[in-house]
Design a protein around this ligand. Sequence first.
Ligand code: SAM
Ligand code: SF4
Ligand code: SF4
Length: 337
Amino acid sequence: MKTMITDKWNRPLHDLRISVTDRCNFRCQYCMPTDQFGPNFVFLPREALLTFEEIERLATIFVGLGVTKIRLTGGEPLLRKDLPGLVEKLSSIEGLEDIGLTTNGVLLAKLAADLKKAGLKRVNISLDSLNDELFGKINGRNIGTKPVLDGIAAAKAVDLGIKINMVVKKGVNDSEIIPMAEFCKKEGIQLRFIEFMDVGSTNGWKMDDVVTKKEIYEILKRHFKLQALEPTYFGEVAKLYQYTDSNMSVGFITSVSEAFCGSCTRARLSASGQIYTCLFNGNGHNLRDFMRNGATDEQLRHRIMDIWSQRTDRYSEERKTVTTHSLPKIEMSFIGG
Ligand code: SAM
Ligand code: SF4
Ligand code: SF4
């Protein structure tokens, strides 16, 4: 039986994002810049990572507390050995309606069929440019678009739901807004523009580097006719617009310019078993050690209920008014977006 829990602002717990690794085969400038995540960077040791059994156990407890959707992320989640094995375990959790994955897509061509067979429903693929040279620069590894495009094709071939995420950074890839929109429209894939966010402390974020939804929309409007769509459910992150000449839509994730904390129903579980209640609140709650020290399911359940019921986070809404946040920072590559 499900228990519904709400936080201090009456927001229910609906979604769980699970990071399965803090490692990545890319070094995107806005997430893991090479000067900060170089060859000497120390990633989590293997024994620090939750095992698949531990993830399944926690996920089952979360589902009992109202979670209906799980998204696997990272670092790069496809680097975690046998990820389809984890998807299969999660698929068997009664009451879980949806399992998604966010990936840079490089390893997807190899894994799409196994992931689909294991029960994955949807995949969000990050792609910031169609220009090989620019893309190679953004991902910090000089990897061209081909492996990602192959990954998209493989996901399509096995009928996974696909969305493409594009982080737009001023003067870097704003020239790619129209080519990306045209490509996704032609491919029948929803493109979501993500505003460059001030997550962590390594990406040198400045407001001047953000291309806001309004600015992107103005650029799109010169090429396409768009019509705003109503949100289809509480907590829908993207603001959607439909192309008037097709049934395709395009979305915006406006974390910086139009905060959506009021409907934020997401908890985040790091690869090392910490729960975070906001992308911008680095105060994690260590469930891994509690579990490894012998906590029962009931004790874990109560711990999660306590954490969620104390939650007050609304960082994006406060960004403009609170200038001296004392919250510890956490990196996007650690928490998973
Ligand atoms: N490696 C996978 C990927 O890139 O899709 C999953 C993890 S990544 C941290 C999740 C998402 O966060 C990606 O779509 C990425 O583009 C986005 N992201 C990372 N850093 C960001 C930032 N500073 N601002 C906005 N989005 C960011
Ligand atoms: Fe890796 Fe994803 Fe971060 Fe890029 S955004 S560095 S692919 S974790
Ligand atoms: Fe949710 Fe925190 Fe983002 Fe607000 S700032 S939407 S509370 S993750």
